[in-house]
Ligand binder design. Sequence first.
Ligand code: HEM
Length: 328
Amino acid sequence: MTPSDSSPREPAARASRTAAPAAAPSDAPDDAAPRPNAWQRTLGTASNPDLKLAMAASGTALSLFTVGHMAGNMQVYAGRERFNEYARLLRHAGAPVLPPNTLLWVARTGLLASAGVHVLAGTELTVRSMRREGRTVAGTAWQVTRRIATVVDSRPRLALPGRPTSAPEQATGTPMAYRRAPFDGALLPDRSGAPRRRPRGRRRTLPQIVARSMRSTGAVLGLFVGYHVLDLTTGTRPAAARSFEHGDAYGNLVSSLSRPAVAAFYAASMAALAGHMVHGLRTTALDTGLTGTAQRVHQVDVAAKAVGAVVAIGNVSIPVAVQIKVVR
Ligand code: HEM
C-alpha cells in the first residue's frame, strides 16, 4: 500500500513542460501522462496540516475509546457476575428501542474508521518525510532488519583471550562501531566502520525515544488489537484459550490471561500503548494550537502523562492480577 514516489501534481506539470504550445490542442487527452491512482487522488492531494489534523481527530477518538474501555475493564475486580452483566449491557445498549448489538456495531464502525484514517494519514506523512530525507521504504526495511539481526547476534557468550569485551574506543575518543562475533560473542569492529553508538552525553532521553518510536509502538498496538479481538471477542484458536465460551467474558479473560506468555504480551503492549498515547496526546495539543504558552505546554505534558499512566497501569493490573490469582 505504498504510493508511488511521484506527486499527483507532477504528471500535469511534466505534461505542460514537454508539450509544444502550437501543436498540442488544449483538450486532447495526453496518453503519456500516468493517471494518478486512488491513493494519489485522495491522500496525495491532502496538505500536511490536514493529514495531521486527521491524525489528531482519529487519535483522540481512539484514545477516548481506550480510556472508556480501561474503565470498563476495571469491573473485572467486581467479580464474574458483574463483569458478564457489563459485557451483556454493552450488547443490549439502546434496548428495547434498538435491536441488540446496534450501538455496538455503531461503535465498532466508528473505531474501524478512526483506526483506518489514523493508519492511512500516518502512512502518507511517513512516506512524505522519507521522500524529503531521500530514504525509501525498501532501504528503511533493510536497515531495520539489519539492526534486529545485530541485536539477535549480540548475546554475550564466551569472550576469547585477546579479544576486547567492551566497545573499543577510537584514538579520537568517539566510540567505534562494533559487532559481536557470532559464536563467542566477543566485540569486533563493525564491517561498515560507521559509528554505531551515540557518544556519551548525547544519548536519547526517554521522551525522545518515545517520540521516535511512534511507528513501532503503533505497529505493536495494531498487532495487539488484532490478536486481542481473536482472543476475547471472536474466540479464534490458537489466539483464544481452549475453554473460550461465547457469553462468558469473565471466564474467557481469566483463561486467556492465565497463560503466562499471553499475560506478558498484554503487559508489554500496554507499555507501547502508554508511550503512543502520551506522545500522541501531546502532539495533538500542539497541532491543534492548544499549547500557546510555556505554562500550557507543561500542563498538556502533565495531563498526557497522567492519562497514559492511568490507562496503562489500570490495564496492566489485570494480567498481573490473573497471574497472581487475585482474579480467577
Ligand atoms: C489488559 C488490557 C485489556 C483487557 C483486559 C481487555 C479486555 C477486553 C475484553 C474482555 C473484551 C471482550 C468484550 C466482549 O466481547 O464481551 C475486549 C474487546 C476489545 N478490546 Fe480490549 N482489553 C484490554 C485492552 C485493550 C486495548 C489497549 C485496546 C485498544 C487499544 C482494546 C481494544 C479492544 C477492542 C477493539 C475490542 C473488541 C470490541 C468489540 O468489537 O466487541 N482492548 N477487551
